[in-house]
Design a protein around this ligand. Structure first.
Ligand SMILES: [Zn+2]
Length: 200
């Protein structure tokens, strides 16, 4: 896996997931209405990983040689956990590197006075740190919803740990049930990429 942060293009059914990936700082494209072939073309042109739950899109993408992650998760926590394991998505939010959930531009930390006329007065009094999207003008701060964000990410990390353990167990079961006369020396290979996440 490349050390660069992966860039994504998310299928039109997964708008919530696109906003989460941007919040986590990943360059993520999302179109409300784009035919599958167009998504695949953009992914190939820009070196983006397609993220989808749609089998048809997944098959088309593979056929065209695009990298695709087919998600099985039913909710945001499960989908983020899968992306952590399969693309090294870090499950920690740091607004210093977030992108605008609405338009994907990197946010800029701005001096408080710059947003004075753009946020409700009670918010202005209560918070010190503000981030501005230079493209769409949206202002962000770590309001009460931030606790919910942390909880969601914590849950996603727990699910990722469980999935990794399950894969490890499946991996060693497959190794011991092998009929080949190959003796496995030492430990089984480390599953997946290990701890690809973290704040790094
Ligand atoms: Zn924006």
């Amino acid at each position: 896996m490349s050390m660069d942060r992966p860039r994504f293009i998310v299928d039109s059914m997964l708008g919530d997931l696109a906003r989460w990936l941007r919040l986590l700082g990943y360059d993520t494209l999302y179109y409300r209405n784009a035919p599958d072939p167009r998504l695949v073309t953009v992914a190939l042109e820009q070196g983006r990983i397609i993220v989808t739950r749609d089998k048809g899109l997944s098959i088309l993408a593979r056929k065209k040689g695009a990298r695709v992650i087919m998600l099985r998760g039913e909710n945001i926590e499960e989908m983020l956990a899968e992306l952590h394991l399969r693309a090294g998505v870090a499950l920690y939010a740091d607004p210093g590197r977030s992108r605008c959930p609405l338009c994907n531009s990197p946010l800029r930390h701005v001096p408080k006075h710059e947003v004075k006329d753009r946020v409700p007065p009670e918010v202005y009094v209560r918070y010190e740190d503000f981030w501005l999207c230079p493209k769409c003008g949206q202002v962000y701060w770590q309001g009460s919803h931030w606790r919910k964000i942390r909880e969601t990410l914590e849950k996603a990390r727990e699910i990722a740990d469980r999935l990794a353990e399950a894969r490890q167990r499946r991996g060693s079961a497959a190794a011991t049930s092998s009929h080949h006369r190959i003796r496995i020396e030492g430990k089984a290979p480390h599953p997946l990429g290990g701890e690809a996440g973290g704040e790094g």
